[in-house]
Design a protein around this ligand. Structure first.
Ligand SMILES: Cc1cc2nc3c(=O)[nH]c(=O)nc-3n(C[C@H](O)[C@H](O)[C@H](O)COP(=O)(O)O)c2cc1C
Length: 337
């Protein structure tokens, strides 16, 4: 199951008898968010109650002075993606939504955004303007959008009663948001609340990291099986940092490769099987893996020297390289005194 993406659904109008709140609630209802692992929350700009922007410095400088801006920043930072619900006011979005967007900068960056417009023509001109504004804020606007018609998708008391086809538009928009929202995860530093440890693993980077670790295992296995040190060390970076199982620190491909030539000529390691144990993908192009080398005898676990290694892989110019490794012999722990 994919990790849940927290989505803020901004209700972008605040006048009495507005429709934005009902539209935002309609977006949050329905079966798909659970399937798409989306946690949708209405963020009602009427309740947020931001005054017009009065920060002394541009928000891009990241130094918010006013308490209400700080509170808004904290609320916005808590979401991984957004849906902007906007009516069309004079061929654009609302002042209140533009003001809410203008208040912040870093909090919007590298996040996906979906759009829901409404008006006499589906609010499409409001959404077109929002696409430009959010692009300037570093957001990725998903293509599929919802365009509600105030005559066709609301009842005569202004309640949101979308035609059947709008459910499909909503599903397509949310599907795009889930895909892009999750892909952008790895680009952002993981926000942490005070006193909370960061979770470093980035689900978006997992597949690529797993492929890199598989390739490393194939390389080590191939080099080990043929006792070919150059093949074994093929993915090692020039400035690789290496910890031997007995506490020596080695630095650089040249030194390590010479030692591997000697060890392989003497066949110090028995026939072995390399197996992945766990992988951490903290960011795109970085993989940290625990890989076990088991000594084999006649194809099954053997008595010889086995070890557990911690490896760090980095992708540079499209190619994965081993940046660091630390080997530890697998042995019984010392008996308790
Ligand atoms: C100030 C204002 C300007 C409007 N301009 C447009 C417009 O340019 N295009 C359009 O399709 N509808 C326009 N409308 C109609 C709105 O789309 C419709 O009233 C909608 O319900 C407004 O959203 P709200 O009820 O959430 O405030 C406008 C409404 C207002 C209040």
């Amino acid at each position: 199951m994919a990790e849940t993406l927290r989505v803020g659904v901004l209700a972008g109008s605040t006048r009495p008898a507005r429709r934005a709140r009902a539209v935002a609630e309609w977006i949050c209802a329905g079966p798909e968010p659970g399937e798409l692992a989306l946690d949708l929350t209405v963020v009602d700009l009427e309740e947020v109650g931001l005054p017009m922007l009065a920060e002394p410095e541009p928000p891009a400088f990241g130094r918010y002075a006013l308490e209400h801006t700080k509170a808004w920043a904290e609320l916005v930072a808590g979401f991984d993606a957004y849906v902007l619900v906007s009516p069309e006011y004079n061929h654009s979005t609302t002042a209140v939504l533009k003001n809410a967007l203008d208040h912040l900068y870093a909090e919007w960056q590298d996040k996906a955004v979906g759009f829901v417009g409404y008006g006499t023509g589906g609010g499409v001109r409001a959404v077109e303007h929002l696409r430009g504004i959010t692009a300037e804020l570093g957001m990725a606007g998903v293509g599929p959008q919802v365009a509600l018609d105030i005559f066709e998708d609301f009842d005569d008391r202004g309640r949101c009663e979308p035609r059947a086809r709008q459910a499909e538009a909503r599903r397509r928009m949310l599907t795009g948001l889930a895909r892009w929202g999750r892909s952008l995860w790895g680009l952002r530093p993981q926000e942490t609340l005070d006193g909370e440890r960061p979770r470093l693993h980035s689900p978006a980077a997992t597949d690529e990291a797993s492929t890199a670790v598989e390739r490393l295992i194939e390389t080590l296995q191939g080099g080990g099986d043929t006792t070919d040190a150059d093949a074994y060390d093929r993915m090692f970076a020039d400035d690789i940092l290496w910890g031997s199982p007995y506490g020596r620190t080695l630095a650089g491909y040249k030194q390590l490769n010479e030692i591997h030539h000697t060890l392989m000529a003497k066949r110090v390691a028995p026939p072995s099987r390399f197996e992945p144990v766990q992988i951490l993908a903290p960011a795109p192009d970085v993989a940290i893996a625990h890989i076990r080398r088991r000594a084999l005898q006649d194809g099954t676990d053997g008595p010889g020297f086995s070890e557990m290694a911690m490896y760090v892989l980095i992708k540079r110019n499209g190619t994965w390289w081993l940046a660091a490794g630390q080997n530890t012999p697998i042995a019984d722990p010392p008996a308790a005194p």
